[in-house]
Design a binder for this molecule. Structure first.
Ligand code: ZN
Length: 348
């Protein structure tokens, strides 16, 4: 092979190499561009989907806040009938509530699984603290003690006497000598006595209309024999909105309506029926937080052997209520009712 041919061949081979390299570079750039485009498209799609999800989350948050606000307002403005009916429905359909279920075993206290208390329609605006000032009505607070009489009754009565305050005792059925004496003491010292069922056993009382009536007669008779009073006030164990009764609570409300018995729930509570062990100071704070919202407050407290913190809290509760220029009164026939499920919402 001549030198000239060799040079030509080298030149051609060199050119081919260059050509291959150029093609390689072009392919490399092209592939990169394709890859980048794909990555970009994917990223844009992802960002878009995230944005949509974010929008949905934001919208849901705003909506749930609005619903919460509306519920709060409707509960607080005492739109009793609508709220009562919804509770009534819920009460008939649902089962189980931490605080309420505790009473099923008959171990004592029941109420207080935080029920949003409401007032009747005549006090629509009263629940707002600011509107309280608009009306020149004296604030009324009704202290109510459930589940007694107990070993604590005597001390509770002494504290009430010390502050010259009358309260209401929703009692259960006990026929031992001490209990009979305590029923009498409650009445003779000027307090209101109300019924809280005889047995306080949810599964018995709320089994049927017949069972409820039987228990009602028994507690009414028990109190009448001890005190000479025919009692016309009632507090449902667990409240009228309890979710423990298998029967619709409307059935039992109708019985009380027929008998002309007025039942009271509560819109303020110290928390002594809660699973959380509140200190007596926390109980005072709990009551005051509720009481400032209403013209008429019915405060749920318990007179039970194991509720010592309630007894300890009582003086503080009374002092703070008195300091806010409110009247502490016993329930009577003129007391504005506080009912979770309105008696009027139940048809005859
Ligand atoms: Zn009770």
């Amino acid at each position: 092979m001549s030198e000239k041919n060799k040079g030509l061949n080298d030149h051609l081979a060199h050119k081919k190499r260059i050509q291959r390299m150029k093609t390689g570079v072009v392919w490399f750039v092209f592939t990169w561009m394709m890859a980048l485009t794909l990555i970009s498209v994917t990223l844009i799609a992802k960002i878009h989907s995230f944005q949509e999800q974010l929008d949905i989350i934001t919208e849901n948050t705003i909506r749930s806040q609005q619903v919460e606000q509306q519920q709060h307002q409707s509960a607080n403005t005492g739109d009793m009938r609508a709220y009562g009916q919804s509770l009534l429905k819920a009460g008939g359909e649902q089962q189980g509530s931490s605080g309420l279920k505790a009473g099923l075993d008959g171990s004592g206290s029941d109420e207080g699984a935080s029920q949003e208390g409401t007032e009747d329609e005549s006090s629509k605006d009263s629940s707002r603290p600011d509107s309280y000032k608009d009306k020149k009505e004296v604030r009324k607070v009704y202290l109510t003690f459930d589940d007694g009489p107990s070993k604590n009754t005597d001390e509770i009565l002494d504290i009430l006497d010390k502050y010259k305050v009358k309260a209401t005792f929703f009692v259960t059925g006990r026929e031992d000598k001490d209990s009979l004496k305590r029923y009498q003491e409650i009445v003779s010292r000027g307090h209101t006595i109300g019924m809280h069922s005889y047995s306080h056993k949810y599964d018995t009382i709320y089994k049927s209309r017949k069972a409820f009536k039987k228990d009602l007669r028994k507690i009414q008779k028990c109190i009448q024999e001890a005190t000479g009073q025919k009692c016309m006030f009632y507090r449902f164990p667990g409240g009228s909105s309890n979710q423990v009764s298998k029967l619709n609570m409307g059935e039992f409300i109708r019985i009380l309506n027929e008998e002309g018995i007025t039942y009271f729930d509560w819109n303020a509570e110290c928390g002594d029926a809660s699973a959380y062990d509140y200190t007596s100071q926390e109980m005072v704070d709990n009551v005051m937080r509720d009481v400032v919202k209403y013209h008429t407050s019915v405060v749920l407290l318990h007179d039970a052997e194991n509720k010592l913190a309630t007894v300890e809290a009582l003086s503080g509760i009374i002092e703070q209520i008195q300091a806010m220029d409110a009247q502490i009164l016993p329930i009577d026939k003129d007391t504005r009712v506080v009912q979770h499920v309105s008696a009027e919402s139940v048809e005859d």
